[in-house]
Design a protein. Structure first.
Length: 432
């Protein structure tokens, strides 16, 4: 009797995907700014005023100041002011009239701000209107002066305030830029670690031929909760009619848990021996992890070996969520009691063995499913999982992981707060 060809099915992500770019916006180049900008002893003022009388009053008021000393360049049009800015000459602050021959109103502020985006602007206006002042500040000005006010008393103070305010804005902008750059680096590192973690998973191109020979189909879903995480599943070829499968979950999630995943995966590769029983293998891994993990860190793990010739499955568990055994429309939880890996150098694990004929299936999963809340403090639990699986078996005659996840996601609060792994291993029925 020939077996229908098996294969590995890797289901796609159910989330919007890991965010590969931090929230970004257009930011100015502020690389050279650090710390608070100090007001200089000499300040270069660009006075943009077309009324000669008003300009003389402002210049006189600034000359009366001894600290700092104001060096004033007077121009009468916006075009001349922009040309002066573009020439590269030093300008520490712009005093800007809003009624110029070539520009009037708030648009004058916007055009000057575009030409000198990092230079503080103090507008001068004849209107004592708080709403107008607010519009000008939103357009990019740092302060405003009413022309009817005493310039000797107000101009120097406004300039100093404008420079201090602009320095604060630039400093905050520089800080945001540094934070954004650190976020970009962090995302790049997480993306690299995520790719490495997904590379640890079994791949169809490497596994399908072997699964087809055994008549075994594997359907899997894997999704860390925060880019990378502490879950992993895998398979180990024992040769002949035998293949082993495992699923483990470290405490925590994120970068720390992911580092432990790489540790355990390396230990499995180093210590794997197909002649060992699952319980003996778990004992070896626990002893190796004991000296590597920090306080409070451990992993739960389920390890099984399927023998298609003998029609059997043998397994041992280190405190993993209890897998579900299915045959026809019947389902039940396996005994998954055991000491988690890394808590003891010499734990003992009970060996289990039972029939696993064609048509039988085994569902391994992480506790993100059973620990997800349904309503209030109620968890989905083994009861919810059993009910969902039984319903699917009655309706479809078999368990498909994507159907089960649909049912779980319909009932629990989303998104999942922990890393999610779900793997169904089924022996295909033979064809005569």
């Amino acid at each position: 009797m020939a077996s229908r060809g098996g294969r590995l099915i890797r289901l796609p992500s159910r989330t919007g995907g890991w965010r590969t770019d931090p929230e970004a916006g257009e930011t100015a180049n502020v690389a050279g700014i650090g710390g608070t900008r100090v007001v200089k002893d000499t300040l270069h003022v660009l006075l943009v005023e077309d009324e000669p009388g008003d300009a003389r009053l402002v210049e006189y008021a600034l000359r009366m100041s001894s600290a700092p000393v104001f060096m004033v360049k007077h121009v009468g049009t916006l075009a001349a002011a922009i040309e002066h800015i573009d020439s590269g000459q030093t300008v520490d602050v712009v005093l800007l009239d809003l009624s110029l021959p070539d520009s009037t109103g708030i648009a004058t502020v916007s055009r000057m701000q575009e030409a000198a985006s990092r230079t503080p602007i103090v507008i001068m206006t004849g209107m004592d209107d708080p709403r107008f002042a607010s519009y000008a500040l939103e357009a990019g000005a740092q302060d405003y002066l009413i022309k009817s006010d005493d310039p000797e008393r107000t101009v120097g103070r406004a300039i100093r305030y404008a420079i201090t305010r602009m320095a604060g804005q630039l400093e905050r902008q520089a800080l945001l830029e540094r934070i954004a750059e650190q976020q970009r680096h962090l995302v790049e590192e997480v993306n690299a670690a995520r790719a490495m973690q997904f590379d640890l998973l079994p791949r169809p191109e490497r596994l399908d031929e072997r699964l087809a020979t055994l008549g075994v189909e594997v359907e899997s879903f894997f999704e860390p909760s925060s880019g990378i995480g502490g879950d992993l599943w895998g398979c180990l070829d024992c040769g002949g009619p035998r293949m082993s499968f495992y699923c483990f979950d470290f405490t925590g999630h994120g970068i720390g848990a992911a580092l432990n995943v790489f540790r355990l995966h390396a230990l499995i590769s180093d210590h794997w021996d197909p002649r060992r029983q699952p319980g003996e293998m778990l004992t070896t891994l626990s002893a190796a992890l004991k000296g590597l993990l920090g306080r409070g860190q451990f992993a739960t793990m389920f390890l099984c070996t399927i023998d298609t010739e003998a029609g059997e499955i043998e397994w041992a568990s280190a405190g993993a969520p209890a897998p579900v055994m299915m045959l026809g429309q019947d389902s039940r939880f396996l005994d998954a009691r055991g000491i988690p890996l890394g808590l003891s150098r010499s734990p003992g694990y009970r060996e289990h063995r039972e029939p696993f004929p064609p048509g039988a299936a085994l569902f391994m999963y992480s506790d993100a499913i059973t620990d997800s809340p349904v309503e209030g403090e109620t968890l989905f639990g083994e009861g919810g999982l059993s009910e969902a699986i039984q319903g699917l078996l009655l309706r479809h005659g078999e368990l498909r992981v994507d159907h089960l996840l649909d049912e779980v996601c319909r009932q629990v609060h989303m998104p999942f707060e922990d890393d999610l792994t779900a793997v169904c291993i089924r022996r295909l029925r033979g064809e005569g």
